[in-house]
Design a protein around this ligand. Structure first.
Ligand code: SF4
Length: 326
């Protein structure tokens, strides 16, 4: 591993000054970054440890819940307010990684984690995300875990997070501190599709810091479900995941939220399926129809055609659980 400097600033201003320097990277839990450094995929000159910043708080706000960027995944998953108001988020967090990793990983770090495409981690292989212009090893290689939506000629990787799929469905907002002040970004606008710049995972500028999230109140707590399909029951990334949330009154769907993981370079929100469900009875037949609509435009590669069947089946199953019809 390349030698690097390590600093642990005591306040936000010092963090912002430090990350403005070239070659710096923020570290919090380090559960992905340290692996990347060991593999030689990332080689920062300086690590800026932000663990001294007071960003671990989870607190109610007038229109919802605020979660600090340094709140641990396990802390958020077990928080009583989260479990009561946003059980979808708690379920998604508990579906991710292992207990040990959830005790180290932070909310901000979870958002910033990088794809687990094996070609990205193997520095002997071509990868446009790790080394722009070298090609994409996965496109003609082994691509069982890869995207079926939103990919480009340059990159077909998927975002690995479970938490982010739930936050996309819950219409969260990201709070970002820069030198000029705070800006707010819709969670669904935070991560990027690969396009011609697959090296960019998200829309955070180099000199900006994620300070927290806001999740607006909703009426989905009674009818939400996070489904994760994976190769083994724990400590595996999603082949397909679905965050489903319904607001049901007298059997009729007043509102719906759906997002998928394991299918695209960012959490994949299923807005056309949501629209189809609104005003319809909460029945399995309608869920199947929504799943078909959600799959429009999907395209598979050599090894991941199974996702074209698994994804709609997973959407239907998640909605069926969310509606209490399972
Ligand atoms: Fe790299 Fe993306 Fe291709 Fe994987 S899919 S090899 S991350 S460019």
């Amino acid at each position: 591993m390349k030698q690097f400097q390590y600093v642990r600033p005591a306040n936000q201003q010092s963090v912002l000054a430090a990350i403005a320097q070239p070659g710096t990277k923020i570290i919090a839990g380090g559960s992905n970054l340290v692996d990347l450094m060991k593999h030689g995929v990332m080689a920062p000159d300086k690590l800026v440890d932000i663990n001294k910043l007071p960003l671990r708080n989870i607190s109610g706000i007038s229109n919802g819940l605020h979660i600090g960027a340094l709140a641990l995944n396990s802390q958020v998953a077990e928080d009583q307010q989260v479990k009561t108001k946003f059980p979808l988020l708690s379920q998604a967090l508990n579906a991710g990684a292992s207990a040990q990793l959830r005790n180290m990983a932070t909310v901000g770090g979870n958002m910033m984690q990088r794809t687990r495409c094996p070609y990205f981690y193997d520095t002997a292989m071509p990868c446009n995300k790790r080394a722009p212009g070298t090609g994409c090893g996965a496109k003609e290689g082994f691509n069982r875990m890869h995207a079926i939506f939103g990919f480009s000629d340059k990159c077909i990787a998927v975002h690995p997070s479970d938490m982010c799929v739930a936050l996309a469905a819950l219409d969260a907002t990201v709070l970002i501190q820069g030198k000029k002040g705070v800006r707010k970004l819709k969670f669904t606008d935070f991560h990027r599709l690969p396009g011609v710049t697959p090296e960019l995972d998200n829309n955070l500028a180099k000199d900006e810091l994620i300070t927290g999230l806001e999740i607006p109140n909703n009426n989905f707590a009674q009818h939400s479900y996070y489904l994760k399909v994976r190769d083994r029951a724990s400590y595996a990334f999603a082949l397909i995941s679905v965050a489903a949330a319904l607001d049901i009154h007298n059997g009729i769907i007043k509102d719906a939220r759906l997002a998928m993981g394991g299918v695209a370079h960012k959490p994949w929100r299923l807005t056309a399926a949501e629209q189809l469900l609104k005003g319809k009875p909460a029945t399995v037949a309608n869920f199947e129809q929504a799943a078909q609509v959600a799959m429009q435009g999907a395209k598979a590669f050599k090894d991941n055609a199974f996702k074209l069947k698994m994804a709609p089946a997973s959407i239907t199953e998640a909605l069926t659980h969310a509606a209490g019809l399972a």
